[in-house]
Design a protein around this ligand. Structure first.
Ligand code: CTP
Length: 219
């Protein structure tokens, strides 16, 4: 491992985003950040200079990794673009696709007899697609795809749509590893149509395998 990514700059986004509704409520998701943190640690161990942009997670910063904490998709977008240029961008974060159109300044109160509430959501910017289309595009742009079904087909569509080099797809939902687990199984797809299955294995093992793959692609 050691030295495989020496002299490379690796930028990793990890964890969920929280989209505020009012001062006490938000829309979030079940991402633990473990996969992204494991990739940051493995890249650092391989000699890279690593910048981690983390959503709200309960995880220690891997030794030697520079970390910026963010909360929302908009903050993550800004932090990631600010951290460019780099050689490798890994979008491991589970970024909210939608965010409330407005954030209430005061806590929303229910009215007597109110039996429902409609929240208006708007699309967030796609960080991964923005990095892939950026004038300072990293040489390697890596996305993640969490799918409950038709994993390979959806992941391949994502690869094309977002203009990325690699997509690491995993199955989520009942009976699957993924979000909160320490283990995972990935299907890594590239633009040439190759598919490589990694795991099931601990996320640290998968992260080391991914880093090796990144190094090969950069060579
Ligand atoms: N992503 C991003 N910015 C967003 C949304 C997603 O950078 N606003 C990135 C994630 O970090 C991940 C990949 O895109 O690398 C996931 O793609 P996404 O379209 O979010 O997947 P799903 O939400 O599963 O999409 P779908 O609607 O196809 O289920």
């Amino acid at each position: 491992m050691s030295g495989l990514l020496a002299g490379r700059r690796v930028l990793v986004s990890a964890g969920p985003t929280y989209e505020d509704i009012d001062p006490v409520r938000f829309l979030g998701n079940r991402s633990s950040g473990k996969m992204g943190f494991a990739i940051a640690a493995a890249a650092q161990a391989a000699g890279a200079q690593v910048q981690l942009v983390a959503g709200p997670v309960q995880l220690p910063t891997p030794p030697g990794v520079a970390r910026t904490d963010v909360r929302s998709a908009a903050q993550m977008h800004a932090a990631v673009l600010q951290a460019l240029p780099c050689d490798v961008y890994v979008g491991a974060a589970a970024v909210a696709d939608f965010t409330p159109r407005t954030v209430a300044r005061e806590k929303l109160k229910k009215a007597p007899g109110q039996d429902g509430l409609v929240l208006e959501l708007v699309r967030t910017a796609d960080i991964l697609a923005a990095v892939a289309a950026h004038p300072q595009r990293p040489r390697l742009v890596v996305g993640f795809a969490a799918e409950t079904h038709d994993v390979a087909a959806y992941a391949r569509a994502k690869l094309e749509r977002k203009g990325v080099d690699l997509v690491c797809a995993n199955r989520v939902g009942p009976g699957a590893q993924g979000f909160e687990s320490d283990d995972n199984a990935l299907l890594v797809l590239d633009r040439a149509g190759t598919a490589q299955a990694l795991g099931p294995a601990p996320k640290a093992v998968l992260a080391a395998q991914l880093v090796r793959l990144f190094a090969e692609r950069l060579a």
